[in-house]
Design a protein. Structure first.
Ligand code: FAD
Length: 400
């Protein structure tokens, strides 16, 4: 029997993990990424197009572990555990709120380090080939002919049994699917943007307690900080974009920090606050809900391309990793059922693959929609409810 081929579009966090999973199950995998290989030093800056670091939780680790326990260990060697959140008041007091009485926690990991580990794992898969500087431009999803444009402007088409869209929130694979499927689709920008600042070490050590996610909740806006392995913190200011418009000059941002986050201003440094506010991009935030995620066993979307979400629950990537794990479980389950019924085969038929992908889409669209809502709701929690004592007391009483 001819080996099954899958084209994965997007070599980000989710696409590189999906590459490893498909290769493990015997598929011939071609991964296409529009950017250059960020593992090469001259391209290192390209990965920092969004947050410098992010929170990885058990949901994400589970997907790594099920693929390869050594991969989970490799990623765990790159994290800083965050056992709770540290709330900073305007006057500089700090209150620690543990995440869990049993010590379960989330972890801060550098985006760049994580993607490198995943791309390394994908390039070590014997059945996978990685193609950088190849932008997906079109696909005939019925025939499986997928077309890319390389960095010399040349078009290249390749044939695949399955197309996986892991090409992020502005997914072109999803756009292509929408011309074939009755897909419900909703994309919503929230009114808040974000801007990052770096907090250096003090005397060679972390400037604040490293085992917390630090939050400066201020009602309609907030500052957060996650620790990095190099003893720095990455701080992110989330604020309505209209308010960003009012804070224009370097003097205004310094004064804004002085009024709202004086302790953070001291630790980041006034020069850095001024320089980074001027230099760093103001990123927008949006979420996407769509359904279904598949087209007739010929295409499926994973990660942000299916369910981009606001970052306040720290679950976008984790949820994308879980997509890959769940898709794998469903496809393996379908294969076991096929083998139990009749033929001893190592591959699903077209019809069985179609059914497996539909099952995935049915289950996953429901879960993802809930997580997208929870992420949105957690913004209110982080920027105000964490200091709303009436709310906290009510929550406490609800526990009885
Ligand atoms: P992406 O990371 O967007 O990767 C898509 C890839 O596809 C990219 O490499 C891109 O170059 C490539 N691509 C795009 N179009 C094409 C094309 N036409 N052809 C070929 N390649 C293409 N998540 C968490 O779990 N925890 C957090 O703490 C967290 N914090 C966040 C903080 C911020 C400020 C933001 C903005 C997001 C955060 N997230 C977090 C969400 C997380 O970043 C995303 O969920 C995750 O990056 C999604 O991975 P992905 O691979 O699906 O998409």
């Amino acid at each position: 029997m001819q080996e099954r081929t899958v084209v994965i579009v997007g070599g980000g966090l989710v696409g590189s993990l999906a590459t490893c999973y498909f290769a493990k199950r015997g598929w011939k995998v071609d991964l296409y990424e529009k950017r250059p290989d960020i593992r090469l030093s001259e391209n290192a800056h390209l990965v920092e197009h969004r947050s410098i670091n992010l929170a990885i939780s058990e949901r994400g680790f589970s997907a790594l572990r099920k693929l390869d326990p050594d991969l989970e260990l490799a990623v765990k060697s790159l994290v800083v555990p965050m056992h709770g959140r540290m709330i900073h008041s305007r006057s500089g007091e700090q209150i620690s709120q543990a995440y869990d009485v049993f010590g379960r926690h989330i972890n801060s990991v550098g985006r760049s380090a994580l993607i490198r580990v995943l791309l390394d794992a994908a390039s070590k898969c014997p059945r996978a080939a990685l193609h950088f500087c190849h932008e997906f431009v079109d696909a005939d999803l019925d025939s499986g002919l997928v077309t890319f444009l390389d960095n010399r402007g040349e078009r290249k088409s390749i044939q695949a049994d399955l197309v996986v869209g892991a090409d992020g929130a502005y997914s072109k694979v999803r756009q292509r699917m929408m011309t074939k499927v009755k897909m419900n689709y909703m994309q919503t920008y929230i009114e808040h943007d974000y801007c990052e600042f770096s907090m250096p070490p003090v005397d060679g050590d972390y400037a604040m307690n490293p085992n917390h996610l630090h939050i400066w909740p201020r009602g309609s806006f907030m500052l957060i900080a996650l620790p990095n392995m190099d003893k720095t913190f990455t701080c992110t200011l989330f604020m309505p974009w209209a308010q960003f418009e009012h804070v224009r000059s370097s003097g205004e941002i310094e004064q804004f920090f002085r009024d709202n986050f004086p302790d953070a201003l001291d630790l980041i440094g006034r020069e850095t606050v001024r320089a980074e506010y001027a230099r760093n991009p103001k990123g927008s935030l949006m979420y996407i809900k769509c359904a279904p995620y598949t087209y007739r066993g010929r295409a499926v979307i994973l990660g942000d391309s299916a369910h981009a979400m606001v970052p306040f629950y720290g679950q976008g990537m984790n949820c994308g990793f879980e997509d890959v794990e769940m898709l794998d479980e469903i496809m393996v389950g379908a294969l076991h059922r096929a083998n139990a019924r009749s033929s001893n085969t190592s591959e699903l038929t077209d019809e069985q693959l179609h059914q497996a992908l539909d099952e995935y889409s049915r289950k996953r669209t429901k879960d993802a929609s809930v997580i997208v809502d929870l992420a949105l709701e957690n913004y209110v929690e982080m920027r105000s409810r964490v200091v709303d004592f009436a709310y906290m007391f009510r929550k406490y009483l609800e526990g009885f």
